[in-house]
Design a protein around this ligand. Structure first.
Ligand code: UDP
Ligand code: MG
Length: 312
């Protein structure tokens, strides 16, 4: 049995790596076609996420050189997840694999993914065996973040990012998830179907620099929480209850001191400290609620998830 495969590659300013990525992906398609795993209609689909460099020019050239290569140009930079959605929701194929352009994920694992799909799995996660190439900071923060998400009841596949295969059935199910701001690695496990994972070692970025500066990483992290968990809102309620209980105890203590002990010290610190403390907690709580309100605001507009300018 052979399937029509499409490899979806989001690209933002990736002119340095694209030629090499393309070489390796086409070699892989050749190999899999020779092994009768995929049909000749299988493709590589680059999604240009509003790059400012020569990425789109390159995609057009690569596409002219080989009929298996296609490109989707978004109208502007909308971020990694939006670029992925643009590819996943518009590209034909029995199975779609999403992979970063920078060759950090091992392209040869795609063959194992396809075999798992043929064996009956609708979703195949690429799972990193080690994060040795990531910086200490990124490794620690990622680990802490994912364990926090887990405690908030979000079911994520450990050490999996956005390198995965999805079958047509899973893709069509994904289409029904209406959120405009998509957090794919959290939503895909919610879809269900038979899933499995394949392991690989994550490499260094082949060329160019990371397109995820700290600012984007933080925004993505908040997106992940507010997309999938309402635990932060509950925590505010719990915090409110605890503080109310504490202040009630405080009142009892003050009344007892005034009426029975007749020894109330006119305290400055004891009145000023709680004011600052509670002020801080209130602002933080408002901020968390604000995050969710902002999310509701953005989602109710139902703006398009991506706008395609042209395709090749
Ligand atoms: N990317 C994108 N839009 C963006 C940022 C990144 O399409 O706004 C793509 C980028 O071209 C790459 C993938 O998302 O293919 C992952 O980005 P990167 O490798 O820079 O992230 P890192 O591996 O450093 O977390
Ligand atoms: Mg990368």
């Amino acid at each position: 049995m052979s399937i029509q495969l499409a490899i979806v590659v989001p690209c933002y300013n990736e002119q340095e790596v694209l030629p090499e990525t393309n070489r390796r992906l086409l070699a892989l398609l050749d190999r899999m076609a020779a092994a009768d795993l995929i049909t000749d209609a299988s493709t590589v689909q680059y999604v240009d996420d509003g790059s400012r460099d020569a990425t789109w020019l390159l995609i057009q050239q690569l596409s002219a050189q080989d009929q298996r290569v296609h490109g989707i140009k978004l109208s502007r930079n909308r971020g990694h997840q939006a670029a992925l959605m643009a590819g996943l929701l518009t590209v034909p194929g029995d199975a779609l694999v999403s992979i970063d352009a920078d060759l950090q994920d091992d392209v040869n694992v795609i063959e194992a993914m396809v075999r798992e799909f043929i064996a009956g799995h609708q979703v195949v996660y690429g799972v990193r065996e080690s994060r040795a190439v990531d910086t200490f900071f990124k490794r620690r923060t990622a680990l802490a973040y994912y364990s926090m998400l887990k405690r908030m009841g979000v079911d994520l596949v450990h050490n999996h990012a956005d390198f995965r295969l999805m079958g047509r059935q899973a893709i069509e199910a994904l289409r029904d998830y209406g959120e405009v701001n998509m957090f794919l690695r959290g939503v895909v496990p919610l879809i269900g179907f038979k899933a499995t994972s394949v392991k690989y070692d994550r490499a260094e970025r082949f060329a160019g620099i990371s397109k995820y500066p700290l600012r984007k990483m933080l925004a993505f992290a908040i997106e992940g929480i507010t997309s999938l968990s309402i635990v932060p809102l509950r925590l505010i309620t719990v915090l409110g209850l605890v503080i109310s209980a504490l202040s009630f105890a405080m009142i009892v203590y003050v009344v007892y001191g005034a009426l029975v002990l007749k020894a109330v010290v006119p305290g400055w610190a004891s009145s000023v400290v709680p004011i600052y403390f509670l002020g801080g907690i209130q602002l933080l709580s408002l901020g968390i609620i604000g995050e969710y309100v902002a999310k509701i605001y953005l989602e109710t507009k139902q703006r398009p998830r991506f706008i395609i300018e042209k395709t090749v």
